[in-house]
Design a protein around this ligand. Structure first.
Ligand SMILES: Cc1cc2nc3c(=O)[nH]c(=O)nc-3n(C[C@H](O)[C@H](O)[C@H](O)COP(=O)(O)OP(=O)(O)OC[C@H]3O[C@@H](n4cnc5c(N)ncnc54)[C@H](O)[C@@H]3O)c2cc1C
Length: 273
């Protein structure tokens, strides 16, 4: 396997804002809701990689129609003075079914916040906007092994990772959740070792259980790739461990702060936003 076979590529998608309708709502676990969005605007929707994500935008006040962002060729424009600003939050594309134009988004119920509140109250017919995805990070499935990790917010992407990895590949998945009731069944054709880590009463974002579990990882021979999506502060020592102690090259470590404890609408930059 050459270095070229292991080159991570980024592809851009045309940016579009689409108005969709909630078709179904399913409670996956006590704190995770699957909201299925549908509508003709999903025609032409593209996704290509496990961590692909969109920004949802929500209705505000009494108006059931979400305030849409103003999309330009190269980004978003500010609304005119006095006009309402869209409320945008990042969510992973759990499944997209182009044949029926349905998009599944798995949303954490964590309490306050437009995203969490939308998920808690979502019912068929509700309108929600979908912006993106802006691009995809294509990681080759040519590495000797993968180490993946998440909290509940990264679980949809980790689930996609495991479903995408082909038979014959090897993955080690570390999943931090509140307790056993938040564990989900994970499917894969790859050889996967899953370690569930419970916070057991410690608040999300203030728990070092994921770091402790990851530190016990002994890498197999060969070249590895690391992907993590979870609370930003929790991930800092894990990123250092992967880079400095496991010695993984920068290009083979994608550790993404998906939210930050105490901060609404955490600013997330991963080269596609
Ligand atoms: C690329 C990417 C993909 C993501 N995919 C998903 C996904 O598929 N499913 C999903 O549920 N989330 C996902 N997230 C995380 C999600 O965008 C954040 O949790 C977001 O803050 C939720 O918005 P909100 O309106 O509910 O809360 P905000 O208004 O952003 O925050 C309000 C308060 O809630 C806190 N908070 C935010 N999230 C959590 C949490 N999970 N637990 C505890 N407290 C929290 C904040 O720190 C803040 O104090 C993703 C994030 C990124 C960057």
């Amino acid at each position: 396997m050459t270095l070229e076979d292991r080159r991570v590529r980024i592809v851009d998608h045309p940016l579009a804002a689409r108005l969709t309708e909630v078709a179904r709502v399913e409670r996956l676990t006590p704190a995770m809701v699957r909201v299925t969005l549908s509508g003709p605007s999903l025609e032409g929707f593209r996704e290509a990689a496990p961590a692909d994500h969109v920004k949802l935008y929500f209705a505000q006040g009494d108006d059931p129609v979400p305030v849409a962002p103003i999309v330009r060729d190269d980004g978003l424009d500010d609304p005119p003075p006095g006009a309402p600003r869209p409320i945008l939050r990042d969510y992973t594309i759990r499944y997209f079914r182009p044949d029926v134009l349905e998009l599944d988004i798995d949303m954490v119920l964590h309490g306050d916040g437009p995203g969490s509140s939308f998920a808690a109250n979502a019912k068929p017919g509700d309108l929600v906007g979908v912006l993106g995805p802006r691009g995809s990070v294509l990681v080759p499935f040519a590495f000797d092994w993968y180490i993946l990790g998440c909290d509940e917010t990264g679980l949809p992407a980790l689930g996609r990772w495991l479903e995408a990895l082909p038979a014959g590949s090897r993955a080690f998945a570390y999943c931090e959740v509140a307790d056993a009731s938040e564990e989900q069944e994970l499917r894969s054709d790859a050889g996967v070792t899953v370690t569930w880590v419970h916070r057991d009463g410690v608040p999300a974002g203030r728990c070092d259980a994921l770091e402790k579990a990851v530190r016990a990882f002994t890498p197999p021979a060969g070249d590895g790739f690391a992907w993590f999506g979870a609370e930003a502060t929790t991930l800092k020592p894990i990123r250092r461990f992967l880079r400095n102690e496991l010695g993984l090259p920068k290009d083979h470590v994608d550790v993404d702060g998906y939210w930050k404890a105490g901060k609404a609408d955490h600013d997330h930059h991963d080269g596609r936003d």
